[in-house]
Design a protein around this ligand. Structure first.
Ligand code: GCU
Length: 326
């Protein structure tokens, strides 16, 4: 009797230990991005992390590192490829160097309006692009709205002629470089984190971005004129490495994918609110938002499309697919 009691005691001890072990079987995934914690995209990703934690009963925990703490966007993607990082929020411009399919988002004035852009993101084209980087060791989980981009500088830019000869910071995207060259200016690819100082010290004369990033990275302190030319709408992209995805069970993978989509929907609402608030704040601080005649900019970049038709047939085919979406 005593013996069996002892055995029972030992067995339940083992079960307890196993229970305790399971309770600590948490998979922690590191997520890196380059915006500060006030940015709408940080809030959307916080919701993503919270939903994953809740739905997996705490088994999958996503730890977010903001402000390029783990490196700029390019470095984060490379860390992910090397297995040192699980998830990265990047941008479709940066991703062009890893998967050419992302070029489509960097073409100026391809989307007729925001509704058209949203349709593409949610279409099969959008999904194809997210999985196009699989062979590079990662895939896209979802897109995050990142508004429309405009040029900004220390002087007013109303027409393409006003851009002539300016040194303009662009993201490291071949299409962005071609666009700025086509507009008669000199493209200077730089990482986002280096731009404030570059503008302040006159290394570049101008840059281009959406309103939220313009104000939250304090570029409005050094460039007071923001043109609402809306040349591109380039989404942010939430990426996960193939290896990290495989660390999760099928059920956990499903939860992660669903939570990413939900946070993307949340981001659309966050964006609208935040963009209004940031614009009002910038205006109070003396920034002038300039309404421009977009057709002049549209005409100036038309030759880019002839060039693509002649040199990149697969991209041109995608352009035509996008244009056909009503
Ligand atoms: C946007 C985008 C960032 C990107 C930045 C840039 O703000 O959301 O991901 O880094 O543009 O111009 O570099």
């Amino acid at each position: 009797m005593q013996n069996s009691q002892r055995v029972l005691g030992i067995t339940s001890g083992v079960i307890l230990m196993l229970g305790a072990f399971q309770a600590f079987a948490v998979t922690t995934l590191k997520l890196s991005h380059n915006q500060n914690r006030d940015h709408a995209v940080h809030q959307a990703m916080t919701q993503f992390a919270n939903e994953v934690k809740e739905k997996t009963n705490g088994e999958v925990c996503i730890r977010i590192y903001s402000d390029s703490q783990l490196g700029n966007q390019r470095e984060s993607i490379e860390l992910m490829q090397n297995g040192a990082l699980d998830i990265a929020k990047s941008n479709a411009a940066e991703l062009e160097a890893f998967s050419p399919a992302y070029s489509i988002f960097n073409l100026p004035y391809l989307f007729r309006d925001k509704a058209h852009y949203q349709k593409i993101i949610n279409s099969d084209i959008g999904k194809e692009i997210l999985s196009s980087s699989q062979a590079m060791g990662f895939i896209g989980l979802t897109y995050y709205d990142a508004g429309a981009r405009g040029f900004y500088a220390k002087k007013t830019i109303r027409t393409p002629e006003d851009l002539k000869g300016l040194k303009i910071r662009v993201q490291p995207s071949p299409t962005a470089i071609a666009m700025v060259k086509g507009l008669g200016a000199n493209p200077t690819p730089l990482a986002y984190g280096e731009l404030y100082t570059a503008l302040q010290q006159g290394v570049v004369d101008a840059a281009e971005n959406n309103i939220i990033s313009f104000t939250l990275s304090r570029h409005n302190e050094v460039a007071k004129f923001f043109s609402l030319d809306e040349h591109t709408m380039i989404p942010d992209v939430l990426l996960i490495s193939n290896k990290s995805l495989k660390k999760l069970t099928a059920k956990q993978q499903e939860i992660v994918k669903k939570a990413a989509l939900n946070s993307s929907k949340y981001m659309v609402q966050l964006w609208e609110k935040s963009e209004k608030a940031e614009r009002a704040k910038a205006e109070q601080q003396g920034v002038e938002f300039i309404v421009v005649d977009k057709t002049r900019f549209q005409n100036a970049v038309k030759p880019m499309y002839d060039d693509i038709a002649n040199t990149r047939p697969e991209l041109f085919e995608m352009v035509n697919r996008v244009r056909k979406v009503e």
